[in-house]
Design a protein around this ligand. Structure first.
Ligand SMILES: Nc1ncnc2c1ncn2[C@@H]1O[C@H](COP(=O)(O)OP(=O)(O)OP(=O)(O)O)[C@@H](O)[C@H]1O
Ligand SMILES: O=P(O)(O)OC[C@H]1O[C@](O)(CO)[C@@H](O)[C@@H]1O
Ligand SMILES: [Mg+2]
Length: 476
């Protein structure tokens, strides 16, 4: 954007709303498509099962203002920064000019672009496990049934299930999913890696899928967007809708992603155990490693929530272990002055200290070195060399946290996201994902949310709050 152009602000707002954040719709490809009245209405006194007479849509004497207008919008950024030097400032233009950024509001539309009788819906869960996957699957199935959809299947073990033999699809209904949110994991199974996009779309074509709900993180969404593009190329009338699943909370533009709150809450148990061990020993050191491959949100929030952490280390904030400003020197100070210390480290932190390998996992993610084990060893070595007696206890609760059921706040988030994913598909949108922005639910074009992983901003108020709480110095 050329800020010397006198109309740059208007142009920027228009570009944002009409271009970047415009969400793809089936009618862009199928120009003659017409909508039909929605079959989704909660004020109907009829059975939720679609009947011939209901095809005309909701019939009631009462007015129901339960639908979302296609032009309803939600403001993406709500702080008006007066200076680029304000903490956490995200400015467009040199003077931090107020630029309105509107995105589409999620929810049921009065008119829909799929006849529920003809819908063949599929759900797939990819990437690592995350609390709440079953909650989202459950809500998608229940909401599809309320619209009147009868054919709903789950694709087993992520994108792999589209391809591999011996993994039959799972037939889904309200009866099947009724209680699945009471267990952690994914009813459908998950995986990384898998077939190419064109193989996936071949398989969708063969199965006659018309709605695909894809639950996963950055990688999965990149895949979902490619599937959407490939379907368009082949002129397949399919709605591909993502539901962002990342326990690390590393997807752009959203207040949070499901599973994150649960992870922070569950991490408290590990931190508290580390704290008790540390405080019950002479010169006790508790060390907890938490998830966060590229982003330290879980470590930062868990540290802040617990109030028991003395040192929080995240990938976004480089640190030294040795030297006068290093972590180990500060740890020694804590042991000598406070008697014990608790450290929380995100898995992706300090990778420069352990000689990163170039090894890649099935998904293409680089394999991380174990920073938790490394720090534990270095602490023991350093304290021994400096003749400081200490008891070091290391806890890695990663997979215990991931396998948990969603807590209440995530349960609600999952419910709303799952329902909105179905509303988005029926509204005719494809290549979108659902999210919560400033407490409101929105549809976003997939490329905008996966442009890069969301990181903790070391200049943000939240990171500063964490530092205020731990009292740790700068380790650089
Ligand atoms: N750039 C990409 N384009 C197409 N498909 C991708 C891409 N990156 C990953 N995928 C596919 O998406 C699936 C999941 O990817 P990945 O393992 O990175 O998990 P994720 O969705 O990022 O979730 P998590 O937060 O658990 O890492 C894999 O099956 C992988 O093949
Ligand atoms: O062991 P897996 O299944 O590859 O998952 C580990 C990764 O998954 C995540 O928990 C994200 O889902 C990351 O924090 C971590 O790097
Ligand atoms: Mg990933």
């Amino acid at each position: 954007m050329d800020c010397n152009d006198p109309s740059w602000k208007t142009k920027s707002e228009e570009d944002f709303e009409n271009n970047r954040f415009q969400i793809p719709h089936l009618t862009e490809i199928f120009v003659d498509d017409v909508s039909i009245p929605s079959t989704f209405c909660l004020k109907s006194r009829r059975s939720p099962v679609i009947t011939e007479e209901f095809v005309e849509g909701y019939q009631s004497d009462e007015k129901w203002n339960g639908y979302v207008n296609n032009d309803d919008k939600v403001l993406l950024k709500v702080i008006r920064f007066s200076s680029p030097t304000s903490a956490g400032a995200e400015c467009i233009g040199p003077d931090c000019t107020w630029v309105e950024q509107w995105v589409h509001r999620a929810g049921p539309r009065e008119n829909i672009y799929f006849n529920p009788e003809e819908v063949n819906a599929a759900i797939v869960t990819c990437g690592g496990l995350c609390p709440g996957l079953n909650d989202v699957i459950r809500q998608i199935v229940i909401t599809l049934e309320i619209y009147g959809v009868k054919r709903i299947v789950g694709i087993p073990f992520g994108f792999r299930g589209f391809f591999e033999d011996g993994t039959p699809e799972i037939s889904l209904s309200r009866n099947v999913v009724e209680n699945i949110h009471l267990s952690g994991g994914s009813l459908l199974g998950v995986s990384r890696g898998g077939p190419s996009v064109s193989e996936i779309v071949d398989s969708m074509q063969k199965r006659g899928i018309t709605m695909l709900f894809v639950l996963g993180g950055n990688g999965t969404h990149a895949g979902a967007n490619e599937i959407h593009n490939e379907c368009r190329k082949r002129r397949m009338r399919v709605a591909v809708v993502g539901v962002p699943k990342t326990i690390d909370n590393d997807i752009l533009l959203m207040d949070k992603t499901f599973g994150f709150d649960t992870a922070v809450e569950e991490a408290q148990r590990a931190i508290n155990s580390a704290y008790i061990e540390a405080h019950s020993a002479y010169h006790g050191v508790g060390l907890v490693k938490l998830m966060g491959r590229n982003s330290g949100f879980i470590a930062m929030h868990a540290s802040l929530a617990s109030g028991q952490i003395d040192i929080c280390l995240i990938p976004e904030e480089p640190f030294q272990l040795y030297g006068p400003h290093g972590v180990l020197r500060h740890l020694k100070y804590l042991l000598e002055n406070k008697g014990s210390a608790v450290i929380c480290v995100a898995e992706g932190a300090g990778q420069n200290l352990i000689g990163r390998t170039n090894a890649q996992a099935a998904s293409g993610n680089s394999m991380l070195g174990d920073i938790g084990v490394h720090i534990q060893q270095e602490i023991k070595k350093y304290l021994k060399e400096n003749s400081v007696p200490a008891e070091v206890k290391y806890i890695d609760p990663t997979y215990m946290i991931r396998a948990c059921c969603a807590n209440a706040s995530d349960g609600i988030l999952c419910a709303v996201l799952g329902q909105n994913a179905v509303h988005g598909a029926f509204a005719g949108y494809s290549g979108i994902t659902v999210g919560i922005c400033n407490t409101h639910y929105v549809y976003l074009p997939i490329p905008e949310v996966i442009a890069y992983p969301k990181h903790v901003d070391p200049n943000s108020r939240m990171w500063h709050r964490c530092l205020t709480s731990t009292g740790q110095p700068d380790f650089n």
